[in-house]
Design a protein around this ligand. Structure first.
Ligand code: G6P
Length: 614
């Protein structure tokens, strides 16, 4: 995690850095720092615990001038979040400063050797070790900063995006990456560096995405140069950003999360655009077309993901098994990668990730790849590490998701996976034509149904008000609604810090029922489908134990209404598409509860948008 930003050009760097850090704050927000070289050659470094706004206060009245600078917003890995551990970090002499996103895994042994050679360290971070090593190499070998960076990185095990600046050379920034993302904006006689394009977009649309093990030498009034760790020059590939500025702004909403919840009718539509023609019963997924034969022959699909993406994977399990008749295993990437899993060459591995950066998912992909499996990506961030590590894939096209709690990315993932499962089923002949057509029509109608759910906002807010002080929540669902129960519980705990558990409704009697009393709100997804009657029985069991029932039902439901304390009526859809509609009220419920509890909805404590470390 962590956000990196840098500037070199004619403008004042500080305002660009601060604005950029605000945009990158979703990546980490426990401390922040900036460094600028002023015209008088002073290196001014300001860093402190807290958010970017705390850093702004901290720098008030101080010399922030300079048209070269670097900035960082941190999600702590090594060393607690405090002023000293905040980035940038200094070299031994204090002349070189460096910021880092990722983990230097072998930092302890490098540190030990540096200490033996007289280095002293100010912080507990792995990052500081790297900047000391760079300076030592630079001085010992009397080489330029960029060469010293390359030499140092050859000794490093781990993941990184780094940005380095030398007080003695105010005309150069050096950036490098492996695993963690880094993008360079190429303006008119100016350059921008950032962890993603959001801090750059208002200045230039021309960007270069660094590849792993590449080092960018960014000099004032010179062309951008890139070298790789094999000491070869690489021609920078400048591409035009497709993103618009509005996509990364709040657009009048109080929080990004609310904006993103409300964007879902559009984002679901975007994820189907050019792929679904319900009238002609055509599904086209251009990104996986070359791998269709492998899909059709696959004896097994393994889905790897983390967090919310893992929940989307569970929905996909039901879809692929029901319609394409392919056995599916859904794995936490972090478990999969370390348990010596059995992987066959004819396995299809689907890796799901919003950010395309999650370290565990990336490592699980590499493992599966090394065993010869075919890896299909379902990512949101175009050009991300996971998207590039997979053999093929389908982007979700949900647009930038900035709120840390994932909402529109989930529904876009489920939409793309639904298209994939139905398409493969149709090609395999495991679904009859009429059912296939019916499902495509239903899928096409989902955005309009989500629109209707959003109109229930006031009612959901009212339910939130009543339950905002609860200490625990239980979420129950069966079949396709079980992953939704998990996702609903995750949303609530992520942003409101209320303990919440998701359970398959029928499992309730094997444990969670012991927790139920008049203090326990139980959210039950009880939409029409083959399990409806059984879920109604579960609701009775909860009621008998005085639990408070908040039921998500279909419009016009009469049965559940008799028992539930509160009902949220959502439009009816096919059972296998219910998650796309039923998750929306649960997102809104969590959102309102968190706001009412005074929580920072977009930046919940201890979390970060993408987890680029183990
Ligand atoms: C973090 C985020 C979650 C996300 C998970 C997986 O924990 O806070 O919202 O679901 O990572 O991220 P990915 O980008 O791989 O989907």
């Amino acid at each position: 995690m962590c956000g990196i930003v840098g500037y070199i050009g004619e403008r004042q760097a500080y305002p660009i850095l601060i604005k950029g850090l605000h945009r990158l704050e979703y990546r980490g927000y426990d401390s922040a720092g900036v460094a600028m070289i002023a015209a008088n050659k002073n290196l001014n470094v300001f860093k402190c615990k807290g958010k970017v706004s705390d850093l702004e206060k901290f720098t008030e009245g101080k010399d922030k001038s300079g048209n070269i600078g670097i900035g960082h917003t941190r999600w702590a890995t090594h060393g607690e979040p405090n002023d000293v551990n905040a980035h940038p970090h200094y070299s031994q002499s204090g002349d070189i400063v460096l910021l880092h996103n990722g983990i230097i895994e072998n930092y302890a042994s490098i540190k030990e050797n540096l200490e033996k050679r007289g280095h002293t360290f100010r912080s507990q971070t792995d990052t500081e070790v790297l900047v000391h090593l760079i300076e030592e190499i630079k001085e010992k070998d009397n080489i330029k900063l960029s060469y010293a960076v390359i030499a140092a990185l050859k000794q490093v095990v781990g993941a990184y995006a780094i940005l380095v600046m030398d007080k003695n050379n105010p005309n150069e920034l050096v950036a490098a990456k492996k695993g963690s993302p880094l993008v360079i904006g190429v303006g008119e006689e100016e350059f921008f560096v950032a962890s993603d394009a959001s801090p750059i977009i208002e200045y230039t649309k021309n960007v270069v995405y660094l590849d792993d093990e590449q080092v960018a030498i960014i000099k004032r009034n010179e062309e951008l140069k890139i070298r790789n760790l094999k000491d070869k020059d690489v021609t920078p590939y400048v591409q035009e950003l497709e993103m618009e500025l509005e996509a990364i702004e709040k657009g009048g909403y109080e929080h990004f999360m609310l904006k993103e919840i409300y964007e879902q009718p559009r984002s679901i539509r975007d994820s189907m655009r050019g792929r679904l023609n319900a009238d002609k019963a055509i599904v086209q997924l251009g990104g996986i077309v070359d791998y269709e034969p492998k899909f059709l022959k696959a004896k097994r699909i393994i889905i790897i993901a983390c967090g919310t993406s893992w929940h989307a994977g569970l929905v996909a399990e039901y879809l692929f098994e029901e319609y394409a008749r392919i056995p599916v295993e859904v794995e936490y990437a972090s478990e999969f990668r370390y348990r010596n899993p059995v992987i066959y060459e004819d396995d299809i591995v689907i890796a799901i990730s919003q950010s395309g950066e999650t370290a565990d998912t990336l490592a699980a992909i590499e493992l599966a790849k090394s065993k010869g499996a075919t890896i299909i990506g379902v990512c949101n961030v175009v050009g991300s590490s996971i998207a590039r590590a997979t053999h093929a894939g389908s982007y979700t096209h949900a647009g930038p998701e900035i709120g840390v709690a994932s909402t529109k990315a989930f529904t876009a993932q489920v939409t793309v996976l639904t298209l994939m499962a139905l398409h493969i089923a149709y090609k395999k002949g495991t679904i009859i034509e009429s059912r296939y057509r019916q499902l495509l029509y239903e899928l096409d109608a989902i955005p309009e149904k989500v629109e209707r759910v959003l109109k229930l906002n006031d009612k959901i807010k009212h339910i939130a008000e009543i339950h905002k002080d609860a200490r625990n929540f239980l979420y129950l669902g069966r079949g396709y609604s079980f992953p939704v129960a998990l996702e609903g519980a995750l949303k609530l705990k992520e942003i409101s810090y209320i303990h919440a558990e998701g359970y398959p409704a029928a499992e309730m009697k094997h444990g969670p029922i012991a927790l139920i009393d008049e203090e326990m709100p139980v959210v039950v997804i009880a939409t029409k489908g083959p399990n409806y009657e059984k879920v109604v029985s579960t609701i009775q069991e909860i009621k008998a134990r005085k639990g408070k029932i908040i039921a998500v039902v279909n419009e016009g439901d009469k049965e559940v209404k008799k028992t539930a304390d509160y009902v949220i009526e959502i439009p009816e859809t096919d059972e296998s598409l219910v998650p796309l509609v039923s998750v929306v009220p649960l997102q809104l419920l969590s959102y309102h509860i968190a706001v009412m509890r005074g929580c920072n909805v977009d930046q919940p404590r201890n979390l970060a948008k993408s987890v680029t470390v183990e």
